[in-house]
Design a protein around this ligand. Structure first.
Ligand SMILES: C[S@@+](CC[C@H](N)C(=O)[O-])C[C@H]1O[C@@H](n2cnc3c(N)ncnc32)[C@H](O)[C@@H]1O
Length: 285
């Protein structure tokens, strides 16, 4: 597939993660990492990398998990982060350079990029695999990149009802501004892999074996208090690009409602909200 055709396949997501979300994720990287820490940790533990292995981090974003994986495989191994977001990749490269990490990064669409046959022992992702136009093609492509006997572990969000931290802001924003209908099952988006009965055939159909789904419930740190948490969600939640376009009066009203909705979740450790993910594991062949 030519570079131009490959880019066209996920053009909407490439635009979204470059023009809408990229700079924001860079700016909020510390906070997002603090919030997603338990999610990444659970998936990294499940993958159980060994020194000397080579691992591919799909949708690596600002590179935090890639650098963690790099520590585990050591200088005799390799950790490559692949992403389509240039601002996030640039930040990842800067951070790896500053910290002396052996992690490396590549601007590549994981659905279409030729990573080379059997180049990796393992594939990993922290909530970076739900945005492919064709997940079937993407997971077949990733399988080709893994050695026989190799493995994959990724974390993805479970259903909306079990992830109030993501849904609360959408519900509140929807009372003030018109939001698009939630994506249909199978359309790219944070919840596109929420349903095991939808995802399992994709992974198995791509040739992966021993596919396992483990539910992992946790609480995410959203902010130090309700005001801080509301400011953060206003910037980074799924409704944030639309809220940003609203007039000041509407934004103020959304902020006030959000702060009130988050207040009951505040405690000695700050604002913590329930979240639920799947840790999906599979073997190559
Ligand atoms: C929710 S973010 C997660 C980022 C990172 N894994 C983390 O946990 O901080 C999703 C990431 O997937 C990337 N992404 C989306 N579609 C992709 C594709 N087709 N190939 C590679 N990366 C992709 C986005 O650019 C974004 O960085």
């Amino acid at each position: 597939m030519s570079q131009a055709t490959a880019e066209a396949v996920n053009a909407e997501q490439i635009e979204f993660w470059n023009e809408v979300q990229g700079d924001k994720w860079v700016r909020l990287q510390d906070r997002i990492d603090a919030m997603l820490q338990p999610v990444g940790q659970a998936a990294i533990e499940q993958l159980s990398l060994r020194p000397g292995e080579r691992v591919l981090d799909v949708g690596c974003g600002c590179g935090t998990t890639t650098m963690k994986l790099a520590e585990q495989v050591g200088s005799g191994g390799g950790a490559l982060g692949a992403d389509i977001s240039r601002p996030m990749l640039a930040h990842a490269k800067d951070r790896a350079g500053t910290s002396g990490s052996i992690a490396s990064f590549l601007d590549a669409d994981a659905q279409t990029h030729d990573f080379g046959d059997a180049s990796f022992d393992a594939v990993f992702s922290r909530v970076g695999v739900m945005f492919f136009k064709s997940p079937d093609a993407a997971f077949a492509n990733l399988r080709r990149a893994v050695k026989p006997g190799g493995r994959m572990t990724f974390a993805c969000w479970r259903e909306r009802a079990d992830n109030p931290w993501l849904v609360t802001a959408m519900k509140i924003a929807g009372q003030y501004i018109e939001l698009p209908p939630p994506p249909e099952i199978g359309e790219p988006g944070p919840f596109s892999f929420a349903d095991e009965s939808h995802v399992r055939p994709i992974i198995e159909g791509a040739g992966w074996a021993d596919v396992g789904f483990e539910r992992f419930d946790t609480a995410l740190h959203i902010g130090s208090d309700a005001e801080d948490a509301a400011k953060y969600i206003m910037q980074m939640g799924p409704a944030s690009p639309l809220v940003a376009e609203a007039d000041e009066k509407t934004k103020t009203a959304i902020f006030a409602d959000l702060q009130a909705a988050l207040a009951p979740h505040a405690g000695p450790q700050g604002v913590r909200m329930d979240a639920s993910i799947w840790i999906v594991s599979a073997k190559q062949g």
